[in-house]
Design a protein. Structure first.
Length: 447
């Protein structure tokens, strides 16, 4: 058939015609030779490929519809199996009575997936560092090699299947709990952190925790005199003592390079010793966490769940009530219109129709209000769940801060502290993202 040459009605007919014009005969075992002797031949040639293009579009629609249906039903569509899963026959058969395999969680790989999310959200690892960590420990990829890359980790982070959601293009299924490896809050937080590292301009990007830093406050510390960001510097001084021996002094400093390059633009010192500054910040963080820890976990969780007022729920219930009332009135007027047509009503049909138009508009408005209220209620419900995760996260920081390693403490400080300014004589000003009083204010209010 000629349509196997192509199915683009704006291109393929002219390709066939070009072959014929070049003296090349074009034959089909079913349709014979394609000729262009008359105007009708040209028209039939175009119609043939136009019809083939339409069939191609219908086929594409059927395929997309079937794939969408499979996604919504939680069925495997084919292709590569995501890391953390395997295919297994669970008894499902296709239309030809052949066994069809479904996705199930691979326990060994799922443990690695959970570790990836933990390393990023808890330990503050970047995707390249996570890949290196897996390679160093001999963890094999889906292809059986120990060649993890940062791109592989980013693909895992962005794949919604790990929270039980299958996808096909922009279409998403509901969450299937039997396919879930991580909870929604962990998935969203991890994706947020990874996106925060991307060099894109954002109104309020998520702070990306610097890795491989040689000091605890990388990216957070600034000169309190000129506002310039301070950098880590190692200073080594050699001095000759009275007895002729040489002694080496090593110091770690936070250095203000604006002061060094342009002394007139900064009236502060060029460097600050690291240890006194770090101690001051860590003491403030420990005090913050101690105040949070003093409140029982159950109390904090209860506060987190009720911090968002249930106004949206009340508004949704009222919107549903208004919609049902408007729908009842429309149904009554439609019944009255039928009676007016049959002469059973004393009302004029034109009057009923006018009233019906007004009440239908009112019902449409009520429907829109109901959908908006529902969306707000669902958003607040998600916010409450996020607040619960946030409380658990801060409590876990309070429990393990003193025993945490250097990078974990760096992660916690970066999550709690917005900015640190250092002045002369190591005077430190710490600006928390949220003060303990702000965090605990609902406790005071509800106590």
């Amino acid at each position: 058939m000629f349509d196997r040459l192509g199915r683009r009605e704006d291109e393929t007919p002219f390709v066939v015609q070009w072959f014929v014009q070049q003296g090349i005969e074009v034959w089909s075992t079913r349709e014979g030779e394609q000729r262009f002797d008359t105007h009708v031949d040209k028209l039939l040639n175009y119609i043939r490929f136009w019809q083939a293009s339409g069939e191609s579009e219908k086929t594409a629609i059927r395929v997309r519809t079937k794939h969408s249906q499979m996604v919504q039903e939680g069925q495997f569509r084919g292709g590569l199996v995501a890391y953390g899963y395997r295919l297994e026959h669970l008894g499902r058969m296709n239309k030809k009575n052949q066994p069809v395999k479904d996705l199930v969680i691979d326990d060994d790989e799922a443990a690695v997936v959970k570790e990836i999310y933990r390393l990023i959200t808890v330990e503050g690892y970047g995707t390249n560092k996570v890949a290196g960590h897996l390679n160093e420990h001999g963890i094999k990829t889906k292809r059986g090699t120990t060649l993890w890359r940062g791109t592989s980790i980013r693909a895992i982070i962005a794949n919604p299947i790990y929270k039980g959601v299958l996808h096909f293009g922009d279409e998403r299924s509901e969450a299937f709990e039997h396919l879930r490896i991580v909870d929604d809050a962990t998935f969203d937080r991890c994706l947020e952190i990874v996106k925060g590292r991307a060099p894109e301009k954002k109104e309020k990007p998520v702070r990306a925790i610097a890795q491989g830093s040689r000091n605890l406050l990388t990216g957070l510390i600034f000169c309190g005199h000129c506002g310039n960001r301070l950098s880590y510097a190692h200073n080594t001084t050699h001095r000759t003592l009275a007895d002729g021996t040489e002694k080496v002094y090593d110091r770690n400093l936070y250095r203000c390079y604006r002061k060094i390059s342009s002394p007139q633009s900064c009236d502060g010192p060029s460097g600050h010793e690291i240890q006194p500054v770090n101690d001051a910040v860590e003491n403030a963080v420990r005090e913050f966490l101690a105040r949070i820890k003093a409140i029982p976990k159950e109390r904090l969780l209860a506060i987190a769940n009720t911090r968002e007022a249930s106004v949206a729920e009340v508004a949704f219930r009222q919107a549903v009530k208004d919609f049902e009332e408007a729908q009842r009135q429309v149904n009554a007027l439609e019944a009255e219109a039928v009676k007016a047509l049959t002469g059973e009503s004393q009302l004029d049909l034109s009057v009923v129709n006018n009233m019906l138009l007004k009440h239908r508009a009112k019902m449409d408005t009520a429907s829109e209000t109901m959908e908006e209220s529902k969306a707000r209620m669902e958003a607040e419900e998600q916010a409450r769940k996020s607040n619960e995760i946030r409380v658990d996260e801060i409590l876990s920081w309070a429990e393990r801060y003193d025993d945490a390693d250097y990078e974990a403490r760096h992660l916690i400080i970066s999550a709690l502290v917005e900015r640190i300014e250092v002045r002369k004589d190591n005077q430190v000003d710490i600006f928390f993202r949220m003060t303990a009083e702000q965090f605990l204010s609902p406790v005071a209010v509800s106590a």
